[in-house]
Design a protein around this ligand. Structure first.
Ligand SMILES: Nc1nc2c(c(=O)[nH]1)N[C@H]1C(S)=C(S)[C@@H](COP(=O)(O)OP(=O)(O)OC[C@H]3O[C@@H](n4cnc5c(=O)[nH]c(N)nc54)[C@H](O)[C@@H]3O)O[C@H]1N2
Ligand SMILES: Nc1nc2c(c(=O)[nH]1)N[C@H]1C(S)=C(S)[C@@H](COP(=O)(O)OP(=O)(O)OC[C@H]3O[C@@H](n4cnc5c(=O)[nH]c(N)nc54)[C@H](O)[C@@H]3O)O[C@H]1N2
Ligand code: SF4
Ligand SMILES: [Mo]
Length: 708
């Protein structure tokens, strides 16, 4: 459909079906449209993956569509004022400025940052790459190094490709050991499994067990059989202790994978050094519990260990993700039903992947020498690369679907750096804490206006399904899709045109393992079911030798850093993060229906710490780290481990120039004004946003005690 035709039609009254693209659960939605507006949203009971599940965010997805703060036409900033531009004029100007900076300072002087929703919009995902290649800068950053980078690192080392991520077969397991994940709030991550409350309950109903390890007794603990507190950042020690017991008691039984795997003897040798007794103090989990968990896990008919952002956004993320894979492997639970398996999506990103590639440490950041992974540098290096003068200094910035001022470490410093950048352009529908710094903003059509297929999340899904979502609302003549913006930029940069997302999808689907097509997927509006995950090794391994590497050299070398934790002093108080069901990172605080109720940007702390520091519930507290200070209300709870405090990320909407009316009224403070770019998982370059040492000081104490 052409753009001008698109403006002519409003959606007819009736039911519309599409996948929710707000989080990784990719729930099927049923939307009712009446008189051109969405009057009802519910879960699509016929979706073969989500079976009618929906969360409060999906239910208000249309509020993003109607948000008066959402931008629809390009704008150019002159001081504090923004003026609208035509698309051609805007794209011409952006490309001229980017090339000007590159001509003056070199191709790498322009940095690109891609944020999380790039992966939730197939138009963006399939077209941003062409633009980045045409730009020709090596200064690429994304939310990955503030997120799942350790998963990719471990997968690349062990199985030969960053996307060879083993996914828990939650629907068929008998023992689910979950660390540092809270699917009841997050709806699951690197485990696309809508309706996790029901799926976890089902494990228990079939006689299985759910064990949760987390410094906070989270919402997910409610549906677990057991919850254990753990000292933030010590999970690698816990996992090694489990392996220690399994090897020492000869409970290891890798089964058919034994002859496909290298490094098992090495693993046994390494684990011998980490007895439960030795790690108990550093982890805060007693030796008897560790022993019991190891025995139970090994004895369960089908078991799977899974760890998400609590295990990757910490100082030993790479080791954690490796050890999780190893635990599944040595107990015979890798690539088998009820264990950790690989989905086979209709659009298979691994289908044409080359064997034996190297994905890391091929180049390093200029200032601190931080390692590249898969063509990207760690976001922890971003601000210093702008602020440190010299050859190779960053001068211009492109953001795509991101808000790094609120989502990356020491965001305030990045904010200051961006104020001095020579040029900045943001491809984003909102003026947020980051994009307010842009000189030009190019706002794409989003959500219900877009066509979408989950290119990435079917790779993470606990069941093989496929679903294409067509737009419900036509876009206006003055609007553009992400892929049109990227294509416009790319053509101007390189003179070349690329294939459209549709053409790429069609090709991938037709040549993919399901030999399907866009038309075939369209004919099944609730989605197509291809059944449960199936064993696929050794065929799908992408290592040079076609074997599993259970003891990769970079992991073994990193154990030295871990050993130091055993004798290190435990900081008085450390900061961890948390997610909330009605938030989505930094960008959905502008939906009024999601913001009702008490203030959510609170510092949770245990009553023991509160008493020691003389802090009362509701009192304003100043939280200080090496890099910054924020002030937030205290929330006292026994759900937090003593010595640990928790603050959600994604708040901090109070900066001048942010155009998010609702969010600004619930501004809160940014957790990433406390997180520290110096705290890293040095192996992978991921930020260690969890486990940041902080100190607290109660404010307003004088007035409050006077009122007693
Ligand atoms: N302290 C701490 N920090 C964290 C985390 C944490 O747990 N603790 N989590 C980290 C994680 S896991 C992530 S993924 C990051 C997220 O951090 P980012 O990816 O940097 O930011 P988001 O908050 O997801 O912002 C998304 C932006 O995309 C825009 N957007 C939405 N849809 C579209 C679209 O279709 N096209 C385009 N072009 N733009 C769109 C929104 O307007 C918004 O501005 O935060 C990380 N930061
Ligand atoms: N509602 C909602 N859903 C979301 C998002 C959102 O912002 N809101 N964001 C989406 C994104 S981008 C992502 S990446 C996923 C993340 O999905 P999850 O990983 O499930 O997200 P969290 O709820 O942050 O859970 C992380 C848990 O790790 C714990 N933790 C912190 N440090 C440690 C540690 O050192 N060890 C252990 N064992 N645990 C620790 C925290 O207490 C927390 O409970 O969620 C996605 N879904
Ligand atoms: S769980 Fe995620 S995908 Fe499902 S409705 Fe909520 S936001 Fe959308
Ligand atoms: Mo994420």
């Amino acid at each position: 459909m052409t753009l001008s035709q698109a403006t002519a039609v409003q959606p007819a009254d009736g039911l519309y079906f599409r996948a929710c693209n707000l989080c990784e659960a990719i729930c099927g939605l049923q939307l009712t449209v009446k008189g051109g507006v969405v009057t009802d949203v519910r879960g699509d009971v016929n979706d073969p993956l989500s079976h009618g599940h929906i969360c409060p965010k999906g239910a208000v997805i249309a509020d993003i569509h109607t948000d008066p703060d959402r931008l629809k036409v390009p704008m150019r900033r002159d001081g504090e004022t923004w003026t609208e531009l035509g698309w051609d004029e805007a794209l011409d100007h952006v490309v001229a400025r980017l090339r000007e900076v590159q001509a003056k300072y070199g191709p790498d002087s322009v940095a690109v940052y891609q944020g999380n929703p790039s992966v939730h919009n197939s138009g963006t995902l399939l077209s941003a790459g062409g633009f980045v290649r045409a730009l020709g800068s090596r200064s690429r950053y994304s939310a990955t190094s503030m997120d799942q980078l350790p998963h990719h690192f471990a997968a690349a080392e062990m199985f030969g490709h960053p996307l060879m991520l083993p996914i828990p077969d939650i629907d068929r397991t008998d023992y689910f050991l979950m660390l540092g994940a809270n699917p009841l709030a997050s709806n699951g991550s690197i485990m696309t499994a809508p309706g996790m409350r029901g799926r976890l309950k089902a494990v228990r109903e079939r006689g299985g067990k759910v064990v949760l390890i987390d410094p906070r007794r989270t919402e997910s603990a409610e549906v677990a059989d057991e919850h254990h507190f753990i000292r933030p950042g010590s999970d690698a020690l816990l996992l090694l202790a489990l392996l220690n017991v399994i090897f020492a008691e000869q409970l290891d039984q890798p089964g058919r994978l034994a002859e496909l795997t290298d490094g098992l003897a090495e693993l046994r040798r390494v684990a011998a050094g980490f007895t439960p007794e030795k790690v108990a103090r550093a982890t805060g989990v007693d030796a008897a519990t560790l022993q019991r968990l190891a025995r139970e896990f090994a004895a369960a008919p089908r078991a799977v260990a899974y760890g998400r952002i609590g295990l990757s956004l910490q100082a030993f993320g790479g080791l954690c993700q490796w050890l999780l894979n190893v635990l599944n492997l040595v107990t015979g639970n890798l690539d088998r039903e009820g264990g950790a398996m690989w989905p086979l999506p209709a659009f298979d990103l691994l289908g044409r992947a080359k064997k034996g590639q190297t994905y890391h440490h091929r180049f390093f950041s200029r200032v601190r020498g931080l390692p590249e992974f898969d063509g990207e540098l760690p976001v922890a290096a971003l601000a210093e690369e702008f602020l440190t003068p010299g050859e190779g200094q960053l001068r211009a910035f492109v953001t795509v679907a991101g808000n790094p001022v609120l989502s990356t470490p020491d965001g305030d410093k990045l904010d200051a750096a961006l104020a001095d950048a020579e040029f900045m352009v943001s491809i984003d529908p909102y003026l947020n804490a980051t994009t307010r710094r842009a000189d030009v903003i190019l706002p794409p059509a989003v959500g219900l206006e877009t066509q979408h297929y989950d290119v990435v999340f079917h790779h993470f899904a606990v069941r093989n399904t496929a679903r294409i979502s067509d737009p419900i609302f036509p876009i206006g003549e003055h609007q553009r899709f992400d892929f049109q913006i990227f294509e416009g930029l790319r053509q101007r940069l390189s003179g070349e045109t690329g294939s459209t997302p549709d053409e790429r999808l069609e090709l991938g689907l037709q040549h993919g393992p399901r030999r399907t097509s866009l038309a075939a997927l369209r004919a099944a509006p609730h989605g197509t079911d291809y059944g449960p995950m199936m064993p696929c090794l050794p065929e799908r391994l992408l290592t040079a030798e076609g074997r599993i590497n259970a003891a990769p050299a970079p992991m073994l070398a990193d154990l030295v850093r871990l050993e130091a934790v055993l004798s290190a002093e435990v900081p008085d108080l450390v900061l961890i993060g948390r997610r909330q069901l009605r938030s989505n990172n930094s960008w959905m605080h502008n939906v009024p229906r999601l913001m009702r109720g008490p203030e959510r940007c609170t510092l949770m702390l245990n009553a023991v710490d509160a008493a020691r520091l003389n802090i009362r519930g509701g009192q304003s507290v100043e939280v200080r780290s090496r890099v910054g200070t924020v002030t937030v209300p205290a929330e006292i709870t026994d759900a937090l481990m003593p010595g640990v405090v928790s603050l959600p990320h994604g708040f901090g909407h109070g900066k001048a120039g942010v155009r998010l009316g609702v969010a600004a009224a619930h501004a809160g403070a940014s957790a990433n004004d406390l997180t520290d770019p110096a705290l890293l998982d040095e192996l992978t370059g991921n930020t260690a946003a969890s486990g940041v040492p902080v100190t607290l000081r109660g404010l307003e104490a004088a007035q409050e005690s006077a009122a007693d």
